[in-house]
Ligand binder design. Structure first.
Ligand code: DUC
Ligand code: ZN
Ligand code: ZN
Length: 461
């Protein structure tokens, strides 16, 4: 048995901040307290540092096929980058293709991930084809720890589900405990606006933000909420970016409905000004839902404080500028949708603590504890407590760093935050008791990360 002792740090969880020591045996946290009399093989001095749970990023897309190309991070490169940024669990999206089964999609994702991950991983399932068969398969998958299912109201002809299919999936979710995650944008209306914009010669990246109108996010969010209400099902809205959509979620929650939503750092820190950068630079900022005008940011921060937004995940879906984003030169609708972010989420949210948007415990709540609870991983992940996996980050709240593609570890040739200075950085990262990052050195290995079978949602009211 190996024992690690982390001494003299400030342990921060979603509920507490305590100056205490942490004892780890093999892969688990076994005790918090005063370490007098405790023996250990390895002692980590965390004086002046935070000791926080490893981040849980509940929304990533490693190797996602999209727009004729693939997201540029593999499970190997993407999970390694996550580790550098203090994230020790990802929940990625396996994809059911049209005409295929959930099983085929899940098997393909297991094959991509197994033996390649630096940190632990789990899967949601994208239902690209809601049929009698795939609805039945939901039950089987829940038994295998795939307990959440993403549907799309956008992308007609690719991932899109109509209202009937959505209602059936929500009903199945209500029956089985599977949580439906919704990409809430009215894709049918958006496609009309795309066609009209291109016909007018409006081909630049900034038009991506214009056609994906905030009201079409709000309308879809409202419709998804009503369908969930009819089905008697909880609902989780992914990557919420618009004030108007947040208002729909807030109203539903005020009515007492089990409606939850996440936002992502790009919506908190970037805006349509970035999409409108000169030349083709704006393509670096094309994702869906799109970036919004800057005034939406204050509403999202408020939503995070009031818990109308419960989670910050990344929607990490990187495409290189050269050769991938460039597929949309002359036609914004052909720019692959997605931004990198798995490495920078914990630090950008720590910056939000310093900027006064959220408190320290709320930082851990939205980045670690709630995503773990929402997706059935708590308290194994998302906290530091006896019995939890020893996924622990020694975090230096005073270290400064300049975000840049030159220094990041994600497999993508640009940083959306190039040149931005932020304060705070993971110094040492443990995944199930093993040090995988230490003072600027990667000590992990592909294949250390294990597949996590998840329970059903633990957040229902
Ligand atoms: N949004 C993105 O930006 N990328 C992948 C899929 C999605 O919904
Ligand atoms: Zn989506
Ligand atoms: Zn996504």
């Amino acid at each position: 048995m190996s024992r690690t002792l982390i001494r003299n740090g400030l342990v921060i969880t979603a509920s507490d901040e305590i100056g205490t020591d942490v004892l780890i045996e093999d892969e688990k946290v076994v005790a918090l307290g005063t370490s007098d009399g405790w023996t250990a093989d390895t002692v980590i001095d965390a004086t002046g540092k935070y000791v926080i749970p490893g981040g849980v990023d509940a929304h990533t897309h490693m190797e996602l096929p999209f727009g004729g190309t693939f997201a540029s991070d593999t499970f190997e490169t993407g999970t390694r980058a996550a580790a550098w940024g203090g994230t020790t669990t990802i929940v990625d999206f396996a994809v059911q293709s049209v005409g295929g089964t959930l099983r085929e999609g899940l098997d393909a994702w297991h094959a991509k991930a197994e033996g390649n991950c630096a940190i632990d991983y789990a899967f949601h399932m994208i239902m690209g084809d809601v049929t009698e068969g795939s609805l039945k398969e939901m039950e089987t998958l829940i038994g295998e720890g795939i307990t959440s299912f993403k549907l799309f109201m956008a992308y007609p002809g690719v991932f899109y589900s109509d209202d009937g299919k959505i209602l059936r999936a929500l009903q199945k979710g209500a029956e089985t405990g599977g949580l439906i995650m919704m990409h809430a944008e009215n894709g049918i209306a958006i496609d009309v606006l795309v066609e009209q914009a291109l016909a007018r010669g409006n081909t630049d990246p900034k038009y991506h933000g214009v056609v994906r109108h905030a009201l079409l996010e709000a309308e879809a969010t409202n419709r998804a909420i009503k369908l969930a209400q009819v089905a008697g099902s909880p609902l989780y809205i992914v990557h919420l970016s618009a004030i108007e959509a947040l208002a729909e979620v807030t109203r539903a929650r005020d009515e007492g409905l089990n409606v939850f939503a996440e936002t992502c750092p790009q919506y908190l820190y970037l805006s349509t000004d970035d999409l409108a950068r000169p030349g083709f630079e704006g393509a670096k900022y094309v994702c869906s839902t799109p970036l919004r005008p800057e005034e939406h940011q204050a509403a999202l921060w408020k939503g995070l404080r009031t818990d109308d937004l419960s989670v910050v995940s990344t929607d990490h879906c990187p495409f290189c500028f050269k050769g991938q984003k460039e597929l949309g030169l002359g036609d914004f609708s052909k720019i692959p949708n997605g931004l990198p972010g798995v490495e920078t989420r914990m630090d950008l949210l720590h910056q939000a603590v310093l900027d006064g948007h959220i408190g320290r415990r709320r930082w851990i709540e939205i980045a670690c504890a709630t995503p773990a609870r929402m997706f059935g991983l708590y308290p194994r992940k998302g906290t530091i407590a006896p019995g939890s996996d020893a996924d622990v980050v020694i975090y230096d709240p005073a270290a400064t760093q300049v975000l840049s593609a030159e220094t990041h570890h994600m497999n993508v040739d640009y940083s959306p935050y190039e040149g931005r200075t932020i304060t705070g950085k993971a110094q040492t990262v443990l995944s199930r008791g093993r040090v995988i990052i230490d003072n600027g050195e990667y000590l992990g290995s592909a294949g250390h990360g294990r597949f996590l079978r998840r329970e059903t949602c633990q957040t229902l009211r």
